[in-house]
Design a protein around this ligand. Structure first.
Ligand code: ME8
Length: 515
């Protein structure tokens, strides 16, 4: 892999106050699909996920569970590690903010900011939301029914007054605006970019970056009364994992700045305002891009523990199948938009797109080859214009999908694949190979070869989103395991006539309602 272009993609590190749910699985899934895509495309990929374990919220959650805080975060972090296995994620690292390597990185970044005169001691007096781990100004708050104050996220806030170190965020307003201007792709999608710019144009206050009223955090260097603000601590994870503070290390020089921080829209401000400001202030290059995706609701309702409608990714994959869930999540909602989860929509995709379209394409053509070509890859004759047209459509997919993955337009990439699936199904209907069996077996062989070659393209390209199904289809085409990358989509690679094929089996069954 050395010499290939690096690609560094990160998920948010998740709070371990609770179990993972579909929202967490979604963000990491998008990153996994990207990581797999880039690896198949020959890039040197680093894919990072992990858990965010410090702060008042964790301390309170541990107390509520009657557990010692470290034991509590150990237990819940493990659930996120299990999620990565259940969902088939291919992260190269799993970072925890309670690890020594991370403490060293955060303290080094603090020292750098201090040395550059970007941090000063003062007193914070204002509103704080423990649920969001965020400070709010009076003007951002609304009045709750009982007179309490509510943050834009819906979380309650409390009044905090304590000694605190501040980061000179106010000094970075113009520099940040210039940075957004010079880097038009830094925040995506464009609506989110506009939100960020108007927030920064509204003026920035210095940011409180330490707390003194609790202990569960990384101590401020040389002032142990303070622990660091959990967001300064958490954001730094992206650099810890590539070797910061050793900025001469292989990891750091190869992978920093990160290509993409994938986040939900709820945490955009931290990633697109505070994080680049910290980095610019410390003389470190900001990441190349932050993509803020939308929010899932469950059958039209906000997903929340209090409503009891949390969707457990483990249950979902057990019920519908891993590839099916992965496909649904990335296909159902234009990436970036909010979306609604419903069992009906899920079953619709499984039976329609997967079973009827893609599954049936593979099943019927491979069964015909098995029956009529002695279970060997048929030998094609000369290609007709119709054959060439379908092969060209399949051959053009990689270029199209490459651009769409680079823009994180997963749904469009899948739609592009389904255009070719539709073309291939229509081609079979029109060519009617079953009718050629007696009248023109050589032509039947050509038609089935063209379809098989189209399926080979589709299966290779399906792997980032549906690794299991893609691999099973490639097994059925007897494609060697080392011949499944995007390099094998070039014109000099194609199926070898005469290769013996295993007995075909359905890859995408229809969903059977149980009981
Ligand atoms: O914010 N729909 O962690 P967190 C879509 N520790 N995505 C959702 C979702 C939903 N309903 N619910 C959660 C934190 N997510 C911090 C991050 S990063 C340095 C620190 C996803 O456990 C989405 O990606 O609250 C959101 O941004 C993230 O989970 C929040 O995870």
């Amino acid at each position: 892999m050395s010499g290939s272009t690096p690609y560094y993609v990160t998920t948010p590190i998740y709070y371990v106050n609770d179990k993972p749910h579909i929202g967490h699985a979604y963000t990491s899934l998008a990153c996994d699909a990207l990581a797999r895509f880039m690896r198949l495309d020959g890039r040197n990929v680093k894919f990072l996920t992990g858990t965010d374990e410090h702060g008042q919220k964790m301390e309170k959650a541990a107390q509520a569970a009657g557990m010692e805080t470290q034991a509590f975060v150990d237990m819940n972090s493990e659930n996120f590690r299990i999620l990565t296995k259940t969902m088939g994620f291919t992260n190269d690292d799993f970072i925890r903010t309670t690890e020594p390597r991370h403490r060293a990185a955060v303290q080094a970044l603090w020292r750098e900011l201090k040395a550059r005169d970007q941090i000063y001691l003062g007193t914070y007096a204002g509103w704080y939301s423990i649920r969001d781990e965020a400070f709010y100004t009076e003007s951002e708050l609304t009045q709750g029914p009982d007179g309490s104050r509510i943050a834009p996220s819906g979380a309650e806030v409390e009044w905090v007054e304590e000694p605190s170190y501040f980061f000179k965020l106010s000094e970075w307003q113009d520099r940040l605006l210039r940075f957004y201007d010079e880097n038009p792709d830094f925040v995506a999608p464009p609506t989110r970019r506009n939100e960020v710019i108007s927030f920064v144009k509204g003026g920035l206050l210095d940011l409180s970056v330490s707390r003194t009223s609790f202990r569960w955090g990384i101590p401020v260097p040389d002032d142990a009364d303070h622990v660091m603000y959990v967001w300064l601590d958490a954001l730094t994870n992206y650099m810890t994992a590539v070797g910061y503070p050793d900025s001469g290390s292989d990891g750091f020089t190869t992978f920093w700045p990160a290509d993409l921080h994938m986040v939900g829209k709820d945490i955009l401000r931290f990633h697109a305002v505070y994080w680049p400001a910290f980095l610019l202030a410390a003389g470190v290059a900001p990441p190349k891009r932050v993509f803020a995706h939308g929010w899932w609701t469950n059958e039209g309702k906000k997903i929340s523990k209090s409503l009891g409608n949390i969707i457990d990714p483990l249950e979902l994959t057990a019920r519908y199948g891993l590839d099916q869930v992965r496909y649904f999540l990335l296909r159902e909602v234009p990436f970036g938009n909010d979306g609604d989860f419903s069992h009906r929509a899920m079953i619709g995709r499984i039976d329609g797109d997967l079973a009827n379209d893609f599954g049936n394409l593979a099943q019927r053509s491979l069964s015909m080859i098995n029956k009529n070509c002695e279970a060997r890859m048929p030998e094609p004759g000369e290609f007709t214009a119709a054959d060439k047209k379908l092969l060209a459509a399949a051959g053009g997919l990689l270029g199209e999908m490459r651009a769409l993955f680079a823009a994180q337009s997963f749904h469009k990439a899948l739609i592009a694949m389904w255009v070719v699936i539709g073309d291939a199904n229509r081609y079979i209907d029109e060519m009617a190979p079953w009718a050629l069996r007696k009248s023109d077996p050589a032509r039947m062989a050509t038609v089935l070869y063209v379809v098989a070659e189209t399926i080979r393209h589709l299966a290779i390209l399906a792997q980032p989103v549906m690794p299991g199904a893609g691999a099973r289809m490639l097994d059925q085409l007897a494609v060697a395991e080392d011949a499944r990358t995007f390099a094998h989509l070039s014109p000099d690679h194609a199926l070898t006539p005469g290769t013996p094929l295993p007995k075909p089996e359905g890859v995408f069954p229809r969903f059977v309602v149980d009981g």
